[in-house]
Design a protein around this ligand. Structure first.
Ligand code: GLC
Length: 726
């Protein structure tokens, strides 16, 4: 903490009235890029003018934010500047692939670049604070917000969370190209029963601490400026009023000195949860548990004075919350520079940021299947058909785009990308129906099939549109919406070569048409440069190297299916498929359609056995910081350059808290030319071998015993070496 900042905070606290203090804890919504004076913003404008407002969200635009800021700074008693927040989740004007896609790159630098570019574009338009990165680990593809997540693994998510915080915040929050980040949603929001958004999460302490919390700890260690509370309950105590997570763990155990903001009306929703009788109780329980700022609902402002008067909340807690708000404003430099330079506002993507988004998209896409080297396209094709509901769609940016981004800067379409990449070929584009499963899905299918029958190659662009992805977009059926499966079958029936390009914000169930598709390239929702990135991969200009950050289920009935599962006392053994009394389905093959870490290349690779610097190590040496070095060789055994992600997993064979069959504890993406090889080095320490127990006080244990260390290019890696902790 800066002593100068702390001194100034003390001065302000000494000057502020209780109403002004409570005002700093209030965040109200704005109406995007509009200045004061419109009917939809009068509540926020009036509160700002009275000095009773701390922050505004859903505001952007240099002129608009400056006009609103002048009210707070120049028309109020203390002139405390406002904090402007906006959801900049995967890009501002330059929309990057959705976070789930970025995780598929297995390259945190992708998300750090996204964070840097988004920060520069957002801050220049008056935004100080983004509500990102979202770091909810999830095993729930039905849950639409898996699109914003980084998948099913806490280690991968932790690496990305820290990288995004670095990208957004840099080393100086006061810099004109940096913004405050927000670790969300605290906590365990990714575990809703039934995959239904906002639904119940009942979780043991060990699963909370081993699966859901590690990314938040990584974000706090990376210096994240704020944390957002989650809508769900955590074992029947709402996250918005949970002192165990918000204060005991986050603020006391981890020493977090930043700001905890509620989610949208999350405080008032304590009444709907059945946790608070009324608004006053909601305010008391949320503020008392550790929420510092209330987003949109106004219980703190409405009932704070009464609660203080009857000691239902303490002056100390109120001052602590106000201090956290002022601390963030001081760190952002808002007192010195409350306004932005309107002439310097970034108004559109640049060639450089487009190139970065294109590179990111190529690194995120995952080649799921490629029989007989169907891809990349052979040189010299004379005609290429691009068909399907997403063949010429610009709506591929993904969920959570900045308002106006979709209208002003839609995605490059598949057809546009192919025309630019293969100018010598005749590209026929036949859009078919919609991708939402609405009516008229089959419109154009006959024309599409005719085009496929006469083309040298066909790209079938299918999937789910962003409208079926994101918050409150939960699907109970994960098949391709509408008649898209029929389109694939009809194209396959032509007997001509084709590949399926799959757009999605989640894992989909793709079992029934997979056999008829010779190649499937998962494009996710790839953002602004979608079409160009796709063409780069389809033509082979770039070799795909993405890996799945989340398992693809064979059927919805199989969910949850994830690699980091417990073994059970009766595990399924593929060597004995007919064994009855084991953990399996009667009507479904074992395991996911595609496992965590899966992804093909246009070349082939081999990875060697994990080589350990030592096969045994005393537990107390590990606890003192000793590490075991693991080296893994990898070779490109094919005839073209490509990327491989070397993955390292550990498994504790016997522990007092049963451990997952695999835990990812290292990954590195390498680029190798034909015949080239390299050796990747990982260092494993106590944090890689130990685990949290069910003790609510937070007990991390490192046990003696055997640890299997696996190396390979997916979570099904077989090559293993054993370490003994003694
Ligand atoms: C939404 C989301 C949260 C977002 C907030 C502000 O409901 O849950 O992630 O940051 O409201 O838009």
């Amino acid at each position: 903490m800066s002593t100068d900042h702390e001194d100034r905070i003390k001065q302000f606290l000494g000057l502020m009235t209780p109403e002004e203090k409570l005002g700093q804890l209030q965040q109200l919504a704005w109406a995007w890029d509009t200045g004061p004076g419109t009917s939809s913003t009068e509540e926020a404008e009036a509160a700002a003018r009275k000095g009773l407002l701390g922050s505004v969200l859903n505001v952007f635009g240099a002129a608009s934010t400056n006009a609103l800021q002048r009210i707070a700074v120049e028309e109020t008693r203390l002139g405390i500047p406002l904090l402007f927040g906006l959801d900049v989740i995967h890009g501002y004007w330059t929309t990057f692939p959705i976070p789930l896609a970025q995780a598929a790159a297995f390259d945190p630098a992708v998300t750090e670049t996204d964070g840097e570019i988004a920060a520069r574009e957002a801050r220049s338009n008056g935004v100080h604070w983004t509500f990102a990165p979202m770091m909810d680990v999830t095993h729930e593809p039905r849950w639409g917000r898996i699109a914003e997540s980084h998948g099913e693994d806490p280690y991968l998510t932790s690496r990305y969370a820290a990288a995004k915080v670095r990208g957004h915040q840099g080393t100086d929050l006061a810099a004109p190209d940096r913004i405050a980040a927000c670790a969300k949603h605290f906590a365990a929001y990714g575990g809703p029963e039934g995959g239904r958004d906002y639904n119940t999460v009942d979780v043991s302490e060990q699963r909370l601490r081993n699966l859901y919390l590690p990314p938040f700890k990584a974000a706090v260690d990376a210096g994240v400026a704020s944390v957002m509370a989650a809508f769900n309950t955590i074992s029947a105590v709402p996250a918005h009023a949970n002192p165990h997570t918000l204060t005991r763990i986050l603020k006391e155990e981890w020493g977090f000195d930043g700001l905890v903001v509620s989610d949208w009306t999350g405080v008032l929703e304590l009444i709907a949860h059945g946790f608070a009788e009324d608004g006053a109780a909601a305010a008391r329980r949320a503020l008392g548990a550790g929420v510092d700022m209330e987003m949109v609902s106004t219980t703190f402002a409405e009932f704070g004075r009464e609660l203080l008067a009857r000691d239902a909340i303490t002056e100390e807690r109120l001052d602590d919350a106000v201090a956290r708000v002022l601390r963030l404003k001081l760190r952002l430099g808002l007192f010195e520079r409350p306004y932005v330079d309107e002439s310097a506002a970034v108004t559109e993507p640049s060639p450089a940021t487009r190139a970065a988004a294109r590179d990111a998209a190529t690194r995120c896409m995952v080649l799921l299947k490629n029989d007989d080297q169907t891809l990349p396209l052979r040189p010299g094709l004379r005609s290429i058909a691009v068909v399907g509901p997403l063949a010429d769609s610009g709506d591929l940016l993904g969920t959570w785009t900045v308002p106006d981004a979709q209208r002003r800067f839609p995605a490059v379409t598949v057809a546009e990308g192919m025309r630019a990449a293969v100018p010598q070929a005749h590209i026929v584009c036949v859009p078919t129906g919609t991708a939402t499963g609405a009516a008229a899905d089959s419109a154009g299918q006959a024309e599409a099939v005719t085009a496929a029958a006469s083309a040298d190659f066909t790209v079938v662009a299918v999937g789910e549109p962003p409208a079926l992805s994101g918050e409150a977009a939960v699907r109970s059926d994960l098949e391709l919406p509408g008649d898209q499966r029929e389109l694939i079958a009809a194209v396959a029936a032509t007997g001509k070569p084709f590949a399926v390009v799959l757009f999605a914000g989640r894992p989909l169930v793709i079992g029934d048409w997979l056999d008829s598709a010779p190649a499937v390239l998962l494009a996710w929702h790839p953002g602004l440069e979608a079409g160009h990135a796709l063409a780069d991969l389809l033509t082979g200009a770039v070799s795909p190297g993405g890996k799945l950050p989340t398992s693809f289920p064979r059927a919805v009935g199989q969910i949850p299916v994830h690699y980091n599962h417990e073994r059970t006392g009766r595990p399924y053994d593929p060597a004995q498929p007919d064994e009855k009394y084991v953990s399996k389905y009667l009507d479904l093959a074992d395991g996911p359609q595609f496992p965590f870490g899966h992804g093909l290349s246009y070349t082939t690779f081999t990875t060697g056995e994990p080589s350990l610097s030592r096969t045994g190590i005393p537990a107390d040496q590990l606890s003192d910081g000793a590490t075991v070095e693991v080296t893994i060789s990898v070779r490109n055994t094919g005839d073209r350059a490509g990327d491989e992600v070397v993955q390292l997993y550990v498994h504790d064979l016997a522990a007092d808290i049963v451990q997952p069959v695999r835990r990812l504890r290292g990954f590195e993406r390498v680029t190798l030319g034909p015949g080239e090889s390299t050796v990747v080095l990982f260092r494993l320490g106590a944090e890689d071998f130990g685990y949290w127990t069910n003790d609510p006080e937070g007990v991390f244990v490192l046990e003696r015993g055997a640890i299997d260390i696996y190396a390979g290019n997916s979570s099904t890696a077989r090559k293993c070496s054993r370490l003994t902790i003694n």
